[in-house]
Design a protein around this ligand. Structure first.
Ligand code: PLP
Length: 457
């Protein structure tokens, strides 16, 4: 039997090695995993989690620096969320979407209250990809147009339309079945597609490129532009000044719906309810998932502008999901709002980001030859690793796998050995711990990553 002590000082007993072997055997024999060559993976069985830490069956604890795909904003086993789900399960476990329900309505109101004025309605889905599917459907049905523009460096999910809109290599092996998908380059000064040398230049040239794309595609054929307010898995690409406002203006000029994909960065990750609130440019549709209830029960959705919602006042919206606004998921969402307000989550994210994370990462950029650039805000940062700072050659090639990815594998192994579970994607490690991480844990985790970076230098 293994034991671990959680951050509140309580001791727990973990199942033994026999259980570990059983979990591994069942997983290997019967679980078909996402995005993987099945025979080449060996997932670690996790026995328990609390706050910012999870434990394997041997009792080894890891600080969770990726928040389970940047999802677990309130950490593992948050008592308020667990209690809210238990209470709701005891009262009304499920109800179809066409019947009004208290927690569904309350959560929709809470979300509308933190969204900008003029976005009052919420359509609930079961996750982020579906949220984007439905945002596109709302845009297409309300405009009568078909094309949707998205960035090359983007991920919007893995359902049919969402993967078609995704720009990164995850779409390559999939049939891009949505023929209305058109891609463009977004701003990324460190590897500028526009040969810009300042943020202002990057912003302006990216907007000119987007406008050219719109004009050449035919503005009257374009239903929507979908943009991650801060690009997530493709590198924590923070929009340069004026970019999102410029997108808003282009959309206004051409009657295009602006969809902000806030699935990864919404609900406090960057110290705001929605990340665009830090950078400007009000969208017509906001998609969310993950942080809305830390994924305790699958939930996502679309916040809808009054103008688009009004289109469906007398024209029926063609779409729906059996589990839309599931009471267990919504109860966890309502509890999330209570915790955010009571514990000042947004304020602590901003504080920890500015006071602890940013200065530490900037010091890495000056000390580690492998660190090319650090960027981010709040508790969401990317550390981009390079072979050569002058040429900016990435530490591993774009879309590297197998032995090509070995240097990042060595970094990840070193971080795990030091007690941190890192988020690694291509040549970057992202810093994305739960928003409830204590300052001590954060400092400890950052110094473990600092140490692990020496294997990449
Ligand atoms: N949009 C963004 C920006 C994401 O990061 C993700 C998932 O990581 C998705 C959409 C898809 O969300 P889901 O996996 O819940 O379908």
């Amino acid at each position: 039997m293994s034991r671990y002590t959680d951050r509140h000082g309580a001791t727990h007993t973990l199942p033994d090695a026999e259980a570990d072997a059983q979990v591994r055997a069942d997983d290997r024999a019967h679980v078909f995993h996402s995005w993987s060559a099945q025979a080449l993976i060996d997932p670690v069985p996790v026995a328990a989690g609390a706050g910012s830490t999870f434990w394997d069956y041997a009792g080894t604890g890891y600080l969770d620096f990726g928040s389970q795909l940047v999802n677990l904003n309130l950490g593992h086993q948050h008592p308020d969320l667990v209690a809210a789900i238990q209470q709701q399960a005891g009262r009304l476990a499920t109800i179809q979407p066409s019947i009004a329900n208290d927690v569904r309505g309350e959560l929709a109101r809470l979300i509308a209250d933190v969204a900008p004025d003029g976005l009052e309605k919420v359509f609930f889905t079961n996750g982020g990809a579906e949220a984007n599917e439905y945002a596109v459907r709302l845009a297409r049905q309300s405009t009568g147009r078909r094309k949707v523009l998205s960035m090359y460096r983007s991920y919007h999910g893995s359902t049919s339309t969402a993967i078609s809109l995704t720009g990164d290599p995850r779409r390559w092996a999939n049939d891009v079945s949505d023929t209305g998908a058109v891609r463009f380059f977004g701003p990324y000064l460190y590897r500028s597609p526009f040969h810009a040398s300042t943020l202002q230049e990057e912003s302006q040239r990216a907007l000119e490129h987007l406008e050219q794309t719109i004009l050449l595609e035919g503005p009257a054929t374009i239903a929507a532009i979908i943009i991650e307010s801060v690009v997530g898995t493709n590198g924590v690409l923070v929009p340069p000044p004026g970019y999102l406002q410029g997108v808003r203006e282009l959309c206004d000029r051409h009657g295009i719906v602006y969809i902000a994909d806030e699935v990864m960065v919404g609900f406090g990750r960057m110290g705001e309810w929605f990340a665009f609130q830090a950078y400007g440019g009000q969208p017509d549709l906001i998609t969310f998932a993950k942080g809305v209830n830390s994924g305790y029960v699958p939930l996502g959705g679309v916040v809808i502008s009054d103008r688009i919602a009004a289109h469906f006042d007398t024209t029926p919206f063609a779409g729906g999901l059996t589990y839309s606004g599931h009471p267990l998921a919504c109860a966890a969402g309502v509890a999330t709002f209570e915790v955010f307000a009571r514990d000042g989550i947004l304020e602590r994210v901003r504080d920890l980001g500015e006071r602890v994370v940013e200065p530490t990462l900037r010091s890495w950029a000056s000390r580690h030859p492998s660190v090319g650039e650090v960027r981010g805000r709040g508790l969401f940062w990317a550390v981009e690793l390079v072979r050569d700072r002058e040429t900016r050659e990435p530490l591993v090639p774009f879309n590297a796998s197998g032995s090509d990815a070995a240097p990042m594998g060595a970094f990840a192994a070193a971080a795990k050995k030091a007690g941190v579970w890192p988020f690694v994607h291509f040549n970057r490690t992202h810093i994305a711990p739960p928003l409830v991480i204590t300052e001590d844990e954060l400092v400890r985790g950052l110094s473990a990553i600092d140490e692990a970076l020496t294997v990449a230098d």
